[in-house]
Ligand binder design. Structure first.
Ligand code: APR
Length: 255
């Protein structure tokens, strides 16, 4: 008879095959969160070692506090930026880029602001929370590549009008970019399979996207080392594991 581990391994392998079968006949929409970038050295927001254990999101990632005290918020943002600018895509990002090239993915809707899906070669990426690769001036709205701005003195000021520059990510209290919202809705309305990777699914309106897809009859395949808000009520196939280990196995099955 099989040991408990062997039994779990067999179930895991069966689920990988099943996930590949469901993806094979369609173009999946992928929804990613910070968990997919953990293997690239970027810490997640929640859970052990998460950013929100160290910083208060209301203090550091809200547009209201940023306007009041940009210097304090920039201390955290520079810490994140210094990690992100060196970060490289990991096997999870690379597997999704390969799956897109093979015709199995329609788009990636990402909550991440690290630009790693694009660095991995993914072409259709919808950045739901913007990204920190660009900085935007709070006064004249001019955009600058972050690499061109000296972050030696904080907060960085707009070369054109001396206004305070802000990472072009969506802060709490700011609207989701209109185009990202519209394109995500379109994708959710037409998908037969949604692959949800590395998100706790607690932040709206992103967290509703899998539910919308499920209510339309789509399969929701979730990859996460632990259950999320979706797992018990929305997820149809739960691949419990790390994205950087599971996605290459799904790709192998599709090859
Ligand atoms: N592979 C897959 N998932 C992982 C991995 C991994 N290697 N490591 C951790 N995870 C999972 C965690 O179990 C958790 O469910 O990734 C998820 C990370 O959750 P959060 O830190 O809450 O990140 P996310 O869901 O992207 O947060 C959503 O909250 O603070 C805002 O704007 C911020 O975009 C962010 C949003």
């Amino acid at each position: 008879m099989f040991s408990q581990e062997e039994g779990q391994e067999l179930v895991f392998r069966k689920n990988i095959k099943e996930a590949a079968e469901r993806i094979r006949n369609t173009k999946a929409v992928v929804l990613t969160g910070s968990g997919i970038s953990v293997a690239s050295g970027i810490m997640p927001f929640r859970g052990k070692g998460g950013l929100w254990e160290k910083y208060d999101p209301e203090e550091m990632a809200s547009i209201h506090t940023f306007r009041r005290n940009p210097r304090a918020a920039w201390v955290m943002h520079k810490e994140i930026y210094d990690v992100v600018k060196e970060a490289l895509p990991n096997p999870a990002h690379l597997s999704l880029a390969r799956m897109e090239a093979m015709g199995y993915i329609s788009s990636i809707i990402t909550q991440n602001v690290d630009g790693l899906h694009q660095k991995a070669g993914s072409k259709t990426v919808i950045e739901f929370h913007g990204n920190i690769i660009k900085l935007i001036c709070l006064d004249c709205s001019k955009l600058y590549p972050a690499v061109e701005i000296d972050l030696g003195s904080l907060p960085p000021l707009c070369p054109a009008c001396k206004g305070v520059l802000k990472p072009d990510a969506v802060f709490f209290g700011e609207p989701i970019p209109r185009e990202a919202l519209d394109r995500s809705q379109e994708e959710v309305q037409q998908c037969q399979v949604m692959l949800v990777v590395g998100t706790s699914a607690v932040v709206e309106p992103v967290a509703s996207l899998p539910r919308l897809a499920k209510n339309r009859g789509a399969d929701i395949i979730e990859i996460n080392p632990q259950p999320s808000q979706l797992t018990s009520s929305v997820t149809t196939l739960f691949l419990q594991g790390k994205a950087e280990e599971v996605l290459p196995k799904v790709l192998e099955e599709l090859n």
